[in-house]
Design a protein around this ligand. Structure first.
Ligand SMILES: [Zn+2]
Length: 324
């Protein structure tokens, strides 16, 4: 599984970071899903190998502008470049109203259908964009959600080595065995499916959360999760100065929570524009604060960083996906 960050700044963009947008896809798949769509997301996409024609589902966490002002432009461009397939947008109702208002007042006709769904209306284990999706309502100034992506439970795999050893040639019998059916071989022997199937790999789970001052709300979901992508807008010191009103999370608070649920991989994201590589407030401040509390695999998102989750459940930085 791959997570590609298209915008990692909170509130306003900076010269090196755009506002919120994150892509998720199966490794090497063409189809993909987008979580949040801050202004300029479509420009960021142009620098990657992601294509608007292959976008399956857009998930919006909440209606704040840095998470959804890019939606009308992106949807319009998908139409202008000839998209025909319907697109699902999962978003709080306020986002749908915002989009429909822009559409009505800007003479926007789309070449494809949009189906809006509310996060709270998704049924248990809804299947969207190649994943099983769950949602958790978070604590922010407006209704806000986390989206949980679980691989559809993979099939049991055929033990090809044993098939070859027992001289069972590829063909319809392999399909039957894969479906769990026993097969009568030409020699008269019965090949039992359970003897030729390897156990299915574990379904991996990635949580991409919107703005949230209470990571504790994700405790249950984090129990079997491989990755949590969560905002760490401020260090604790800055958060204390700013006060509780914006309802954001500090790196420290998030890291304490992640350690308490023994989360294997934590990605910090959505940084206040005051943080820079050098100067009074740096990304290292956020990183060091989290490292003091969390002993798992910690990563900080940058625009265009591509994090790959391997089958063993470890998240690693992949080569930079930014094209020139
Ligand atoms: Zn935000």
């Amino acid at each position: 599984l791959e997570i590609i960050f298209l915008g990692t700044s909170a509130g306003t963009p900076t010269k090196t970071r755009n506002v919120s947008a994150t892509a998720i896809r199966h490794t090497n798949a063409k189809s993909w899903c987008l979580v949040d769509c801050g202004e300029g997301t479509q420009h960021q996409i142009l620098h990657t190998d992601l294509s608007l024609a292959q976008l399956k589902v857009i998930f919006i966490t909440h209606v704040h502008g840095d998470h959804c002002y890019g939606l009308p432009g992106l949807l319009a461009s998908a139409s202008l470049t000839g998209r025909k397939n319907p697109l699902i947008v999962v978003a709080p109702y306020a986002v749908q109203e915002m989009f429909e208002c822009v559409q009505r007042n800007s003479d926007l006709t789309l070449s494809y259908d949009i189906c809006f769904l509310k996060p709270q209306d998704l049924t248990d284990n809804a299947e969207l964009g190649g994943f099983t999706i769950e949602t958790v309502e978070l604590s922010h100034r407006v209704q806000c959600f986390a989206y949980i992506f679980t691989e559809k439970t993979p099939y049991a795999r055929l033990n090809r080595e044993k098939l070859a050893k027992d001289c069972i040639p590829a063909g319809p019998s392999w399909g039957k065995l894969e479906r769990g059916e026993d097969v009568a071989l030409e020699c008269g022997r019965i090949a039992k499916a359970k003897e030729y199937l390897l156990p299915a790999a574990r379904a991996r789970k990635i949580i991409i959360a919107g703005d949230n001052d209470t990571p504790e709300l994700l405790r249950k979901s984090c129990k079997h999760a491989d990755v949590l992508v969560h905002e760490a807008t401020y260090t604790q010191e800055v958060s204390d100065k700013v006060g509780a009103l914006p309802q954001h999370c500090s790196a420290k608070k998030l890291a304490i929570f992640a350690e308490s649920v023994m989360l294997p991989n934590l990605v910090l994201n959505h940084f206040s524009a005051r943080y820079q590589e050098h100067g009074e407030h740096t990304f290292d401040d956020l990183k060091n604060e989290a490292l003091a509390e969390y002993r798992g695999n910690l990563l900080l998102a940058k625009d265009f960083s591509n994090f790959r989750l391997n089958v063993g459940g470890l998240l690693n930085l992949n080569e930079n996906t930014k094209k020139s």
